[in-house]
Design a protein around this ligand. Structure first.
Ligand SMILES: [Cu+2]
Length: 167
């Protein structure tokens, strides 16, 4: 029922959207609440470009914080370090997946409560001047990965502990 309702809202939004905007789709978005004792949270999603022109995401806004940034992990020799990036470009017909250990949305100094089960509005800013509204469910974190996990990147890779630079 909730899904149907959301579909209606999206359909209404599409009618007032600029031509071409529907070619850009955000799916499987979700966010984790901050870890205990940390003010930063992380959001993941898939960006799909069904259009014929590249789509460039240059920023994201949300009421959760004034400081939402696009981040990526940079291979720094032995250490994967995350840093802010200016944009994420999605080529025509392709998708970019924001995921643990890769690109992600960093929510810095979250001021609003993030309760699992809630839907949070976020707005992607695109280089062509348009904006894309999305609804992002807050989901409860998985328990810590076991040592046998195939990935050596844990969720915590995206979680700045001490010393995460975000100036
Ligand atoms: Cu980050």
């Amino acid at each position: 029922m909730k899904r149907v309702f959301l579909g209606i809202i999206l359909a209404l939004t599409a009618q007032v959207a600029l031509a071409g905007e529907h070619d850009f789709e955000v799916v499987d978005a979700f966010a984790y609440p901050p870890l205990q004792g940390v003010k930063n949270a992380v959001a993941y999603m898939e960006l799909h470009n069904h259009g014929t022109e590249p789509v460039r995401v240059t920023g994201i806004t949300t009421a959760l914080t004034e400081h939402a940034e696009l981040h990526d992990h940079i291979d720094n020799g032995d250490v994967m370090r995350m840093q802010r990036i200016d944009a994420i470009t999605v080529a025509p017909g392709e998708a970019v997946v924001l995921e643990s250990g890769g690109k992600h949305v960093m929510l810095i100094d979250v001021t609003e409560p993030m309760v699992p089960g809630d839907l949070v509005k976020m707005q992607l800013q695109l280089a062509d001047g348009t904006r894309k509204n999305i609804q992002v469910p807050i989901i409860r974190r998985q328990p810590a990965h076991s040592a046998s996990d195939h990935s050596h990147h844990s969720e915590e890779d995206d979680e700045p502990m001490a010393g995460h630079a975000h100036h």
